[in-house]
Design a protein. Structure first.
Length: 277
């Protein structure tokens, strides 16, 4: 895989290829609404490493057609790391527009199930808008189908259909169905929201529903000794051993969800001096 290309011009001039290998794939970073979008280019096909936001879809297709100078139908597969608006919101829309297929982790049921699930879906959409507000972005439509209907449901260790150089990793903890993608040939791993970089600090995502599994997912990613970690919020980073130690040390030890946060705010009280720790 060649060096990351941040070219977002619209001149229909292909980014220069720094190798003489016609089979080399190229990784393109596209600035999304509130997240970074990774598009992997091969000579005969394209792979989108996450489903992006609903309103990112025209931007992604514009990049394909007017920067890469390729037909939109070259996009063959969209993976969905988890069901939050900036990772799943554009998947169905892309499939409808270009005929691509969707792949996700093999989990039973839907993440947003029942009345409580729909309430959580609404809260997650509001949180995404809050992120946009903090980034001084205009408010744009984020609403999308809360239920995902993938063409492929993949298990840990599977290869991506049509892109067998990518391996599926079950790295849940942020939600119950977080899928990371490992590329052994280049030592790069896409982690979705498993890890986030804010300014100059690596932090855990919000929420974290399954604390034990989340910690194990961090350990697993570190054990791969990746050359680069590709984050939806934080870009492409080389993480040192010292940074990994800090990440693991500061990983949450208790659930962090909206409901838990509200309970904590309502019922927390400071300890008195005579109370045992």
């Amino acid at each position: 895989m060649n060096a990351l290309n941040n070219n977002t011009t619209h001149s229909c001039a292909r980014p220069p290829d720094n190798t003489n290998n016609s089979h080399t794939m190229r990784l393109h970073l596209i600035a999304g609404y509130i997240e970074q979008i990774y598009l992997v280019e091969y000579p005969d096909k394209l792979l989108l490493l996450d489903g992006c936001s609903y309103n990112d879809v025209p931007h992604v297709l514009d990049f394909v057609e007017n920067t890469l100078c390729r037909p939109r139908q070259d996009l063959k597969l969209v993976t969905v790391s988890h069901l939050h608006p900036d990772h799943a919101g554009g998947a169905h829309r892309l499939r409808r527009l270009v005929g691509c297929q969707i792949a996700s982790l093999n989990k039973s049921g839907q993440w947003y199930q029942g009345a409580s699930g729909l309430a959580m879906y609404s809260i997650d959409s509001v949180l995404a808008w809050y992120v946009a507000y903090r980034q001084r972005k205009p408010l744009k439509p984020l609403l999308y189908c809360p239920y995902l209907f993938p063409d492929y449901q993949l298990n840990d260790g599977d290869s991506l259909p049509g892109f067998t150089d990518w391996q599926v990793l079950d790295t849940h903890g942020h939600t119950d169905r977080d899928m990371s993608l490992w590329h052994p040939a280049t030592g790069q791993v896409y982690v979705g929201d498993v890890l986030i970089k804010l300014r100059h600090k690596y932090v855990s995502p919000f929420p974290v529903y399954f604390v034990k599994h989340y910690y194990q997912s961090l350990q697993r990613i570190r054990a791969l000794k990746p050359t680069y970690v590709l984050m939806a919020h934080g870009g492409r980073q080389a993480i040192s051993d010292a940074e990994w130690e800090s990440i693991l040390k500061n990983a949450p030890t208790q659930r962090r969800t909206v409901a838990d946060t509200i309970k904590h705010k309502l019922f927390w009280r400071p300890k008195r001096k005579n109370e045992d720790g």
